[in-house]
Design a protein around this ligand. Structure first.
Ligand code: XIL
Length: 369
């Protein structure tokens, strides 16, 4: 007896086939920007372990660099004082190597996603300055040392600054800085020194958000870079995270950040690019204030929103191309909308991995230069 496939079934098969080749008939971003800068994305566990093959296809086709979204963070890689959890980071690095991607380690020293116990002794009291420095040294030497020659660039210190450019009052600063002026950069200096000693060939970066929206914060980063350089320490680049929105950053703000950072002699990288589609609510990128729920966005897919998104991406990429001599890398924080930490529709590929208007706007910006 001849088997018949119902029409509806065929339609589903066809849609499935179209989706599985998502982004395959369009230019590859890494080729489009080959002469300008590296292009990458933050990779999550599902992608690296094969549970999200469509995301992996997109990453392999479009990216020549990748950052682990969470796998290298202290909390995940070093959950207890005497316990390292290497499997997630190992598989991330292996995925990047298989696909010949420039591998970024994110991040060594940060106030977030680090167990509180790192800062305390057995009795629950804060550690002394020397004891915390010893823990930080052990962590950096162990993690950087394990991936020596394999992770090519490290976010050594993440988000150490306040909006006004002063140093954030994190446990790192409170304990190691001991509240004293002459010790205030100590933990940052030590982190860069130990990372360099653990892998002398790795590039080392300072990474932060809001550098493109607050001149004072950007000036704080410039001062930090100058300080490290004055101490003879290696710092190769500053990462502007660039968690933007439909109406920010301004061209002036982003250009100020790129030019003033580059003037210190470091390379500039856009390290966590996304454009929030929701227009209400919290605008910044402080992880303690952002959650998918607080940013869920019913208007995200509306044509008007997507047009604004495309325009903002086009504006940003035109500016990045103008400064391509100073910019070495542009990394999206996620691969397609479903993988984004802020919800809504902030990336170039939609929830079905299909390229959006914003994708084509970015490609056009490259063709116009
Ligand atoms: C975010 C991840 O995307 C989330 O999965 C996690 O729950 C919280 O951290 N700045 C950074 C990134 O440097 O590490 C943050 O990543 C986003 C803001």
């Amino acid at each position: 007896m001849k088997k018949t496939v119902p029409i509806a079934g065929l339609a589903i098969l066809w849609i499935g086939a179209a989706q599985s080749v998502a982004g395959q008939n369009v230019p590859s971003l890494k080729d489009v920007f080959k002469a300008d800068f590296l292009i990458g994305g933050a990779l999550n566990r599902n992608l690296v372990t094969g549970r999200d093959p469509n995301a992996a296809d997109l990453a392999v086709r479009h990216f020549n660099t990748a950052t682990a979204e969470n796998d290298l963070k202290w909390q995940r890689i070093h959950p207890q004082l005497s316990e390292y959890n290497w499997e997630p980071a190992d598989s991330f690095v292996a995925f990047c190597e298989q696909n010949r991607m420039f591998v970024i380690g994110h991040c060594l020293v940060w106030h977030s996603q680090v167990p509180r116990s790192v800062f305390r002794d057995d009795t629950g009291n804060n550690l002394t300055r020397d004891a915390l420095l010893a823990r930080m040294e052990e962590h950096i030497r162990t993690v950087v040392g394990r991936y020596k020659g394999r992770i090519q660039g490290w976010d050594v210190v993440n988000e150490a600054l306040n909006e006004d450019g002063t140093l954030r009052n994190s446990s790192w600063l409170q304990i190691i800085g001991e509240g004293s002026e002459d010790k205030r950069y100590d933990y940052i200096e030590c982190a860069f020194r130990w990372a360099h000693e653990a892998d002398p060939n790795a590039e080392l970066y300072y990474n932060d958000y809001g550098l493109e929206t607050s001149r004072a914060k950007c000036d704080g980063a410039v001062a930090l870079v100058k300080h490290l350089k004055s101490k003879g320490l290696r710092i190769d680049g500053v990462g502007i995270q660039l968690h933007g929105g439909l109406t920010y950053p301004s061209v002036e703000g982003l250009e100020y950040a790129i030019t003033s950072l580059a003037a210190t002699g470091v390379k500039v990288m856009i390290t966590e690019l996304d454009i929030r589609t929701q227009t209400r609510g919290y605008r910044g990128a402080d992880v303690s204030q952002v959650s998918r729920d607080s940013t869920s966005d019913p208007t995200a897919v509306a044509a008007e929103t997507q047009k604004k998104l495309a325009d903002k991406y086009a504006e940003i990429f035109s500016l990045l191309l103008k400064h391509k001599e100073d910019i070495t890398r542009v990394t999206f924080w996620g691969v397609y909308d479903k993988t984004s930490w802020i919800g809504g529709s902030p990336l170039l590929f939609d929830r079905n991995c299909q390229p959006k208007e914003a994708f084509f706007a970015v490609v056009k910006a490259a063709q116009r230069q």
